[in-house]
Ligand binder design. Structure first.
Ligand code: NDP
Length: 254
């Protein structure tokens, strides 16, 4: 199993102060990596980093910057590089959701979604990949969604960002493979987190998720860890530009 061993590797996971990113951080820590825990709120990131360190016995460090702000991203990545060097693994996970029927969708929500879910992966990806390219190795994992491929009413803008993530991933592969970098996307189905709390509480929606997912249930954040460790490790050194759906089979069936 040494191909999956992450001991000695450093990972930056954006938006790991809670939710899916936090579970991904725990998974990489348990596989041996040391992890930079991140969010906009420094206190939340510090609290999460301390909790993850206690839980796993692994090494964590907390940082905070807004992934939509180019100058803040450049400064934030620079600070990480000064402490731990360029990360071996970057997980572009920070993201938001906004729901409104298309005809009334607020322009400001469109801009927020594009900036937080898509521009962020370009900005953080570019600054981290520059160091990875110099070193000649790196793993970039962009978090997509079943909405990278499938639409739902009320979330056209979110779907546009996640479809964009799939093509950004292929573009990163095209530009970065020659530098020894693999860029892939991990695309979760419906997972119970803060982002989906209102949907989980909605009995009708939960019934729809169970019926529409061949596995018959919401995803549990731990369900994502095996795929993430694979994409972060040398086990995936010849896998590049792919979208791996971890969705209980949802995108395989109509
Ligand atoms: P949460 O809302 O639980 O967590 C979002 C994280 O991102 C927090 O750590 C938050 O920290 C951080 N964040 C948000 N905006 C910014 C910003 N501008 N700059 C820096 N950090 C930011 O979301 P989830 O865990 O549910 O979602 C994580 C990812 O998984 C997203 O990309 C989402 O689209 C994707 N996903 C989620 C699914 C689900 O079912 N939940 C399904 C498929 C994909 P802070 O608030 O301090 O900034």
């Amino acid at each position: 199993m040494s191909a999956f061993d992450l001991r000695g590797r450093t990972a930056l996971i954006t938006g790991s102060s809670r939710g899916i990113g936090n579970a991904l951080a725990q998974g990489l820590l348990e596989a041996g990596a040391r992890v930079v825990v991140h969010g906009r709120s420094r206190s939340a990131a510090e609290r999460a980093a301390a909790e993850l360190g206690d839980k796993t016995g692994g090494t964590t460090w907390a940082t905070a910057f807004d992934v939509t702000n180019a100058a803040a991203v450049e400064q934030g990545v620079h600070e990480i590089e000064e402490v731990w060097g360029t990360p071996d693994i970057l997980v572009n996970n920070a993201g938001i959701q906004r729901r409104t029927p298309f005809l009334d969708f607020p322009d400001a929500d469109w801009d927020d979604l594009i900036a937080t879910n898509l521009t962020s992966a370009f900005l953080v990806g570019k600054h981290v990949a520059r160091g990875m390219a110099k070193r000649g190795s790196g793993k970039i994992i962009n978090i997509g969604s079943v909405q990278s491929r499938l639409a739902r009413p009320g979330i056209a803008a979110y779907g546009a960002t996640k479809g964009g993530i799939a093509m950004l991933t292929q573009g990163m592969c095209a530009d970065l493979a020659g530098f020894g970098i693999q860029a892939n996307a991990l695309a979760p189905g419906y997972f119970a987190t803060e982002l989906t709390a209102a949907l989980v509480a909605d009995e009708q929606f939960t019934q729809w998720v169970a019926g529409r997912t061949p596995a018959g249930r919401w995803g549990r954040v731990e369900d994502l860890v095996g795929a993430l460790v694979f994409l972060s490790s040398s086990a995936s050194d010849f896998v590049n530009g792919q979208v791996l759906y971890v969705d209980g089979g949802m995108t395989a069936v109509v």
